[in-house]
Design a protein around this ligand. Structure first.
Ligand SMILES: Nc1ncnc2c1ncn2[C@@H]1O[C@H](COP(=O)(O)OP(=O)(O)OP(=O)(O)O)[C@@H](O)[C@H]1O
Ligand SMILES: [Mg+2]
Length: 142
């Protein structure tokens, strides 16, 4: 896997990676997250970052179009990171109200919960980027 710092468009340092739009890319996305957090000496104690990026990549596989997705992670503050997953589909995510009996439609409910509501969609010239922010721990394992 090749990672490289992305141009920062909102201040903090960031890493981004283009990946094929397929299920196996969730693992590469988690590895990018782990590399970035390690580079910044941050710890994702509860594994929220990995869960969120996995859900967002899965959504591109299930619901988006075109061959490639772009996964990014940006350090927004001392202990806050923003995870982003961009695809080239104009269809928008629709967060459903929580239905405990539903088999599908749980992914964004989970993202909303783990990010404490700090998620959204950036409309891009082609497609969109779904993002979510989470708090992580500075330094090694606590
Ligand atoms: N990247 C995306 N592109 C287009 N539509 C999306 C995208 N992500 C989500 N959606 C839309 O938002 C809906 C809700 O997404 P959510 O992840 O909550 O549920 P799901 O993917 O249908 O099911 P689950 O995640 O529980 O397997 C999806 O059914 C889809 O219509
Ligand atoms: Mg989903």
């Amino acid at each position: 896997m090749v990672t490289e710092p992305a141009a920062a468009d909102s201040g903090g340092p960031a890493y981004t990676l283009a990946l094929p739009r397929r299920p196996q890319s969730a693992r590469d996305a988690r590895e990018l997250m782990a590399s970035a957090l390690s580079a910044w000496d941050l710890t994702d104690d509860d594994g929220q970052v990995g869960v969120i990026v996995s859900e967002l990549v899965s959504n591109t596989v299930r619901h988006a179009t075109e061959a490639t997705v772009w996964v990014s992670v940006r350090r927004m503050g001392p202990s806050t990171v923003r995870i982003g997953v961009a695809d080239r589909s104009d269809r928008m995510p629709i967060a459903r109200s929580e239905d405990l009996s539903a088999v599908h439609g749980r992914g964004l409910v989970l993202v909303d919960s783990l990010s404490e509501g700090r998620w959204g969609v950036d409309v891009l010239p082609v497609g969109k980027r779904v993002w979510a922010e989470v708090s992580v721990t500075e330094g090694g394992h606590s």
